[in-house]
Design a protein around this ligand. Structure first.
Ligand SMILES: [Cu+2]
Length: 88
């Protein structure tokens, strides 16, 4: 059965799987400027469609396509000078 109608099957899978949401714990942010820097770092990762950073909670919610790994998101934040981890 698999493979007989790959086009149709793929469309349904993609509808479900192309958007992923990561929640990261961010450390080292002190002000809105920091939150903005983290947000821009996340938005700079190819495949990220939306990023929201909550300064008070020290967290980030990132929407991506399915090519993006948590490691890539963490690396972008660390490169910006902040700490990041995921609890998946
Ligand atoms: Cu700051």
């Amino acid at each position: 059965m698999t493979g007989t109608r790959p086009g149709i099957q793929k469309q349904f899978e993609e509808a479900d799987e192309t958007t992923m949401t990561y929640t990261l714990t961010i450390t080292g942010m002190n002000c809105g400027h920091c939150a903005n820097a983290v947000r821009e770092a996340l938005m700079g990762v190819p495949g990220v469609s939306a990023a929201e950073v909550d300064l008070a909670l020290g967290s980030a919610t990132v929407e991506t396509d399915d090519t993006v790994t948590a490691e890539a998101l963490i690396a972008a934040v660390v490169e910006e000078g902040y700490g990041a981890s995921t609890n998946v």
